[in-house]
Design a binder for this molecule. Structure first.
Ligand code: ADP
Length: 626
């Protein structure tokens, strides 16, 4: 007797003593293993040109022996050698479900059995319903067959055995009934039939079971009061049509959601599904899903986008990345197309058909999202909250090449009410004379609202878009304009009115002196009437805004030397201006301290970094104590 690896033992323990109520899923798990094993052989046959392996020869079967209380699940797939029995079933580390669990260890704390169940518990789930499991297997092309047998945690044995034909028979010795669980249900025809329908209907190979049928009685026999004779017959229990090949009207919401959870290891139901069937220059069917939560590593380097690619029901690759642009990388799903069957992983990329399907899918997703934006705004807000950042990167990283595709999907929070609005909605509220789409950058909506220049715009009935992510302004620079309106950072300089110009000219001496005091920190000092209640603020001239300077210099490996041309704006209606005029006339030496304090308070108001804070506080103390 060999022992299970420690980790396997723990999971096995959980299965055996499981309080997990959904024990019936063992059948789904074992059937799905059978289907995988057949897929492997079928695919190998196609690739290596092995004759005699046609689709119709493959099947999965269920057989019950009520006397012995056994349920046998058989397949004629690829089978396992003695070594494979050992390594695949002796240690659960081989199991896909556990690999998933370990990868997502941060998300799934402890051994929460219900969570394990959500992800597919694999072969060991057999022990939820059986107290002994035998696996008879013969690998394709081998003469020797082997038996793996185990009664649970104490260990397992592998020994040679007799078996006709390649494939695997799994014999479950069903547990005796308890007060809570009627295990003998799993020996009942009707139960097996309903479980196959519920969980395994779209398995692409027939799942056959021996069912009882009754001979029809002739009229004469009926009159004689004869009992109907029963006989056994093999019947296919599943419809074999994968969900995506069915008509939309035949599939329930529950089935769509269930398929998503099972196939893509999510325990939340998806935000939306899109069922596509395209016939034309390319033929394909697809079932696409938008997750309701951001995958924990979505914005990380290791995130792998992609769709499952089948050609005519055979799985070609688990993740075909070419079918999705990066910015729609959140989409999960299945694509089934009639590509030529000898397509291999290497040739996928060159396939023109595949490119066409990819382009088509991209359009579908975009339209679905626009539709959601229009007709189910709450859902779209949720979507954008999760995946909007990726869309903005999509515009930025392509140097604007994807701008056309993505611009209508973008949203920003409105400084007016903190709600998301689209660019279209912003522009619709503008009059013809309005030239600008105003935006401000900060960490929060309130931060944008409190920018000195925003206050004035908001009071004048204008809205300001809140740019809360670093990428926002860079992405928008790629767009340049929307519907003929130009994007404008509220902190970029605005044209002066005649009155303002006059006022500035009158005070030119003072303004020049302040600029000199600031030793090149600013390109210009001016009086602006758009500061409302604030004494000072900063703005920028030219292409590089203050926020872009901040983002660029904070990037890893910092893009230094890219500086905004800063303009110190002073509010002529604020008491501080009178004070400045006075000092300028009476105490020019003191003006430097004043100018620097004003400059730095403007920086602080805008949330910009202040490097020499010690020096500044000294100056403040100096001014206060004077
Ligand atoms: P998973 O299917 O998630 O990988 P399992 O615990 O269900 O994990 O199965 C472990 C491995 O055992 C499978 O990956 C497969 O290699 C092998 N296996 C299980 N059932 C069969 C079968 N019926 N035929 C061939 N191999 C099988």
């Amino acid at each position: 007797m060999k022992s299970f690896k420690t980790q396997s033992k723990r999971v096995l323990d959980l299965m055996i003593n499981s309080i997990y109520t959904n024990k019936e899923i063992f059948l789904r798990e074992l059937i799905s293993n059978c289907s995988d094993a057949i897929d492997k052989l079928y695919y190998k046959g196609l690739k290596e040109g092995i004759s005699g392996l046609t689709r119709n020869d493959f099947a999965i079967s269920l057989k019950v022996d009520s006397q012995k209380r056994t349920l046998t699940i058989s397949d004629n797939g690829i089978g396992m050698t003695a070594e494979e029995l050992e390594s695949n079933l002796g240690t659960i580390a081989k199991s896909g479900s556990l690999a998933f669990k370990t990868e997502n260890a941060e998300e799934i704390k402890g051994d929460d059995i219900s969570v394990i169940g959500q992800f597919g518990v694999g072969f060991y789930s057999a022990f939820m319903v059986a107290d002994k499991v035998e696996v008879y297997s013969k690998a394709f092309g081998q003469t020797e067959a082997n038996l793996w047998v185990s009664k649970g945690t104490e260990g397992y044995e592998v020994k040679p055995c007799q078996k006709d034909g390649h494939g695997t028979d799994i014999v479950l010795y069903i547990k005796p009934d308890t007060d809570d669980d009627k295990f003998s249900d799993f020996l009942q025809e009707y139960k097996l039939r309903s479980l196959v329908k519920k969980y395994s209907d779209y398995i692409r190979y027939p799942i056959k079971a021996e069912v009882t049928e009754y001979k029809e009685l002739t009229e004469k026999e009926q009159k004689e009061g004869k009992q109907r004779e029963s006989f056994k017959k093999w019947e296919t229990l599943n419809s074999m049509t994968p969900l995506w090949k069915k008509n939309k009207s035949e599939v329930t919401e529950e089935e769509y959601d269930g398929f998503y959870k099972d196939s893509f290891f999510d325990y939340e139901k998806p935000l939306k599904h899109v069922h596509v069937s395209v016939e034309g220059s390319v033929n394909y069917k697809a079932l696409l899903y938008i997750p309701s939560k951001t995958p924990f590593n979505y914005y990380g380097k290791n995130y792998e986008k992609g769709l499952k690619l089948y050609t005519d029901g055979v799985l070609i690759t688990e993740k075909c990345a070419d079918l999705l642009p990066d910015y729609f990388g959140f989409v999960k799903g299945v694509v089934d197309s009639e590509l030529s069957l000898n397509i291999s992983r290497e040739t996928i990329q060159q396939s023109r058909q595949l490119k066409q399907i990819g382009a088509n899918i991209e359009k579908k997703i975009k339209n679905e999202l626009l539709d959601m934006q229009k007709n189910d705004r709450e859902k779209y807000d949720e979507f954008f909250q999760n995946f909007g950042l990726g869309l903005k990167y999509g515009i930025y990283s392509s140097y604007g090449m994807n701008a056309e595709t993505l611009k209508d999907l973008l949203m920003f929070k409105s400084a007016k009410d903190g709600k998301y609005i689209t660019l279209k909605e912003y522009v619709e509220k503008l009059s013809e004379e309005d030239k600008f789409i105003y935006y401000g950058s900060a960490k929060t909506v309130d931060g944008v609202k409190n920018l000195p220049q925003s206050e004035n715009l908001l009071d004048g009935g204008k809205d300001v878009l809140c740019f809360l992510d670093d990428v926002d302004e860079f992405a928008i620079k790629m767009l340049g304009e929307y519907s003929g309106k130009t994007f404008k950072n509220v902190l970029s300089e605005v044209a002066q009115s005649d009155d303002e110009q006059k006022l500035n000219q009158e005070n030119d001496g003072l303004l020049q002196e302040i600029k000199n005091c600031l030793d090149g920190k600013v390109a210009k000092v001016k009086l602006s009437s758009n500061l409302k209640s604030r004494p000072v603020s900063l703005s920028s001239e030219g292409e590089i805004t203050l926020d872009m300077e901040r983002v660029l210099s904070s990037m890893p490996g910092g893009v230094d030397g890219v500086k905004a041309e800063k303009v110190l704006e002073i509010n002529p209606n604020h008491a501080v201006f009178e004070k400045l005029k006075k000092i300028y006339l009476e105490d020019k030496d003191f003006l430097k301290d004043y100018a620097e304090i004003l400059y730095f308070s403007a920086r602080i108001t805008l949330g910009l970094e202040v490097e020499n804070s010690q020096e500044i506080t000294d100056k403040i103390i100096n001014v206060i104590s004077k």
